[in-house]
Design a protein around this ligand. Sequence first.
Ligand code: ATP
Length: 347
Amino acid sequence: MGVVDIDGVSVEYATDDGPVRAIDDVSFRIEEGETLGIVGESGCGKTTLTKAFLRLLDSNGEISEGSITYEGIDLAAASESTLREKIRWKEISYIPQNAMAALDPVYTVGSQVVQVIKLHTDKSTAEARERCAELFKRVDLDPNRMDDYPHELSGGQRQRVTIALSLALSPSVIVADEPTTGLDVIVQDQICDLLEEIQEDIGCAIVFVTHDMGVVSNISDRVAVMYAGRIAEIGRIEDVFERSAHPYTIGLQNAFPRMEEYPSDSTLIEIPGSPPNLVEPPSGCRFADRCPFATDECRSTDPEPVELDDGRRIECLYPDQREEFRTNGSDPRTWVPESQSSTVYAP
Ligand SMILES: Nc1ncnc2c1ncn2[C@@H]1O[C@H](COP(=O)(O)OP(=O)(O)OP(=O)(O)O)[C@@H](O)[C@H]1O
């Protein structure tokens, strides 16, 4: 049984230019104990989607359609008190993109963890501090650092504190929004390893948001590739990455090759253009303007989700041409018209 069932969810932000439909009719499940990567370019809706799970959207944003069901509770419709008392931290916790912004600068990091534990359990202050010390050890932080303020810790240590916070009440799902952004590569690896260990320990599902295909391929069981508020392709990591079916996934792969497969002098191929304006999204497939394989039909017909034999789901009008797309899509000339100067660069 899926832990979280997301069905037909749309999220809109009210803006002076009109509503921005940041998520458009998205459906998928987060399975028990899995790591689901969510990947896509900046602005494709990754953060919005993950914030929607806990209804932590900015004040001008709302879930306009669909349901997010967790243990019989529709999180899209639940009252604020249900979310606060039954769901947040206890069942689903959130590791935000920017640990510095997530931690209150005027309180010690330990007191912030202790406060969450005390709010949601009947532990005394001494017991909550003991649990906090355990959590600090679990995330490889010296418990003596509990009495430090956020600014006294390094970026990696602060991110470990937010991971400790996310673990405090042993949730079923941890949603991590770009938890390694801004950290150096060694610390990024350590944070990914830590999340994997934690998952083995407590058996929680992890939703891991990133724009980096390399990170997502290392950590995930399944991956959802997002484009312009929709899921272009979702499935097991090996299927999505080794036999990419959607032209957008093929394009992303070209832009972020996995190091183990590519010599260091291999070229990266940029996807030309940029994602569409979500105030007035184009009709038909949203990727059509950037897709080298698009036809007139792609520009006029909204692709329905199609399920492939291996359980993957893609939103492309031409699922049967995926082999051809993959072969041609690995050639830089497919993406950059010869008449234009190419943006091909070495890593
Ligand atoms: N508060 C807001 N008001 C209006 N539009 C917003 C708001 N927050 C996000 N958006 C818009 O919603 C869309 C999705 O943004 P979102 O931040 O979810 O994408 P993302 O994939 O997480 O990007 P990034 O990787 O840069 O964090 C974008 O078009 C963005 O401009």
